[in-house]
Design a protein. Structure first.
Length: 595
């Protein structure tokens, strides 16, 4: 069972990570497509305007003669020599000789033209064979063929000269000795011929000596000639046989540029680089982009997420004002429903404790804490609770601007009039059960006032007069006011907007923990309403559908206190414990609407 839970958790985690990656790719899909298309276009333009390059190849066979037959040792030696020759064949001296040889048959051709038209010469031995493949690339197909055929021919001549030099000295010495002996033999034979008619004993003796000398000289000649023949035989047997076995063929099409392949590869590389850059940016980006990331910063619950509110609209009276109080202006808007969700989650997240006061704050300025405090107070008042919203931001108050009330009197007056109900300095607007206490005149020492005993007494007094007190406090990281006030209330609601630095939120939570403040929950504000967000807003039930069949607010308030009409027929249970009959008829009894 534990294994099944473990695998199910891992599977869910993997699915969640895949969804995160999918959302990232979907959000940056435009950049991936742009980089892919741009890379493909650049590669295509470069390819069509590049000079075409042709390739020609020839093959050379290397074999070693070792008597009448070859064994495995000879083949292994041939492979070693083939690798050696492949390196020697690309020497500058050999390439220059090839260029000069070709230049003799081409007018105006020289070494510089050779280097310009021939882009690459590659000589590689074929693996596990005695073959060497010569590959020549150039802008001229005919010149590439000539170089591929001329290079092995020049190299073969050079190797023959190198190999014959090892025996040249011995052969020259023996040939000189043979020349001397040949001259001695001729001289001896001439001398013997001069004694052909001799009759004296002395002449007979000289003739015998000359015959012996001739025999000795001829024997020496035969020995040296045999040695010379042996050296020539060894030279023939030890000389490597290099032969051109495959001549180059004139290429019909260039090997590059490959326009289609280059375009596809560049497009793929461009897309992969864009994807890698996107994941790198996402990894290095420390901003909070989703409610899930906000929930991972702290153990406090995520109470809700609110999308962006339009900056300015024209109200029904024609005056232009900020649309911060969207819960009043557009109560059926999905954003208004989000604030109701925060209200509900706040109640059920703290079901074991009675929250009578809380502060709404943020980590840094401009995160929507003031708007959240105002709209949250409104939806709580609309639910029947008696609510007081207090502008405790003594440095930069804003609640009076949102509600459109005077800011001359407010919290400061209540603090310096102990014994007087703080609600006396509150503005009572058109919203039932809601009292707004603005800041009043801004003091020179806000932190001292927030931490004073008068402030503690005021909080306790407000808790006795209303069901819940909501304080709009300054940002936690900007000043210490919210940190001080958090010790005087039942809890803290931390508001952050999409795009806030994670470190800022973490430091804000840490500052609350340092004073043992109770963090009730988090609210994600200013979210973008896109399909990639984790919180979707279903607007089907919130679209305007004014068909004249709606109950006005005045009728609803009347139904809460007045008895409904009497009907004849079956009674059907209605909302909030009331009753109504869907058909007209005569009254048979009295049923009072119970709110």
């Amino acid at each position: 069972m534990q294994n099944e839970n473990f695998f199910s958790q891992n599977s869910a985690l993997m699915d969640s990570e895949l969804k995160v990656y999918a959302r990232i790719i979907w959000r940056w899909l435009w950049l991936i497509l742009l980089c892919t298309i741009a890379a493909g276009i650049v590669a295509y333009l470069v390819s069509i305007y590049s000079t075409p390059v042709y390739q020609a190849s020839s093959t050379v066979l290397i074999s070693i003669k070792r008597g009448a037959s070859s064994d495995s040792v000879d083949i292994w030696a041939s492979e070693r020599i083939a690798r050696t020759y492949s390196q020697l064949m690309t020497r500058d001296e050999t390439i220059e000789t090839v260029a000069n040889t070709i230049a003799q048959s081409l007018e105006g051709f020289n070494l510089e033209a050779f280097k310009t038209e021939i882009t690459d010469i590659n000589v590689t031995p074929v693996r596990d064979t005695q073959l060497i493949k010569i590959t020549v690339e150039g802008v001229s197909p005919s010149l590439a063929v000539r170089v591929a055929d001329t290079l092995p021919a020049i190299f073969i001549e050079e190797m023959k000269q190198v190999q014959t030099e090892d025996y040249a000295d011995n052969k020259a010495s023996l040939e000189n000795q043979l020349g001397v002996l040949t001259e001695q033999i001729d001289q001896t034979r001439n001398a013997i011929a001069s004694y052909s008619d001799s009759t004296t004993a002395r002449e007979e003796v000289e003739l015998a000596r000359l015959n012996d000398q001739l025999t000795t000289t001829e024997n020496n000649y035969a020995q040296i000639f045999s040695r010379l023949a042996d050296i020539e035989l060894v030279e023939v047997q030890s000389t490597d046989n290099i032969s051109l076995v495959e001549r180059a063929v004139l290429p019909e099409a260039p090997i590059r540029p490959r326009t289609l392949i280059n375009t596809l590869l560049a497009a793929i590389v461009g897309g992969m680089m864009a994807l890698g850059s996107i994941f790198l940016m996402e990894y290095l980006d420390d901003r909070i982009k989703s409610p899930r990331e906000l929930a991972n910063i702290t153990n406090a619950p995520l109470l809700g997420a609110v999308t962006r509110i339009p900056q300015a609209v024209a109200d029904r009276t024609g005056s232009t004002n900020t649309n911060s109080l969207i819960t009043v202006r557009e109560p059926r808007n999905p954003i208004s429903e989000s604030y109701r969700g925060i209200r509900t989650n706040l109640q059920f997240a703290n079901v074991d404790s009675n929250i009578r006061s809380l502060i709404v704050t943020s980590a840094i300025p401009n995160e929507g804490k003031t708007t959240t405090a105002a709209n949250l107070a409104i939806v709580m008042a609309q639910s029947g609770m008696k609510v007081a919203v207090v502008d405790a931001d003594l440095r930069k108050p804003s609640q009076h601007k949102i509600f459109g009330i005077p800011a001359k009197t407010g919290l400061m007056n209540a603090l310096f009039n102990e014994g007087v109900s703080p609600l006396r300095f509150a503005a009572q607007g058109s919203i039932t059960n809601l009292s707004v206490i603005p800041c009043g005149k801004r003091p020179p020492n806000p932190s001292e006032i927030i931490g004073s005993q008068r402030m503690r007494n005021l909080v306790q007094q407000l808790q006795k007069e209303v069901d819940i007190v909501i304080f709009d406090a300054p940002p936690l990281l900007a000043v210490t006011d919210a940190q001080i006030l958090s010790t005087q209330v039942d809890g803290v609601l931390l508001v952050t907007r999409q795009g806030t630095d994670r470190g800022a939120v973490a430091r804000a939570v840490e500052s609350l923990e340092q004073v043992n403040a109770r963090l009730l929950g988090m609210v994600m504000n200013n979210m973008r309403r896109t399909a990639s967000d984790e919180y979707y807003y279903y607007e089907y039930y919130y679209t305007d559908n004014d068909d004249g069949n709606e109950i006005s607010n005045e009728v609803i308030e009347t139904l809460k206190t007045q008895p409904v009409a009497h009907y004849k027929g079956p009674e059907v249970a209605g909302a909030n414990g009331g009753y109504y009959a869907p058909q007209n008829g005569q009254p048979t009894g009295t049923q009072t609407y119970e709110s």
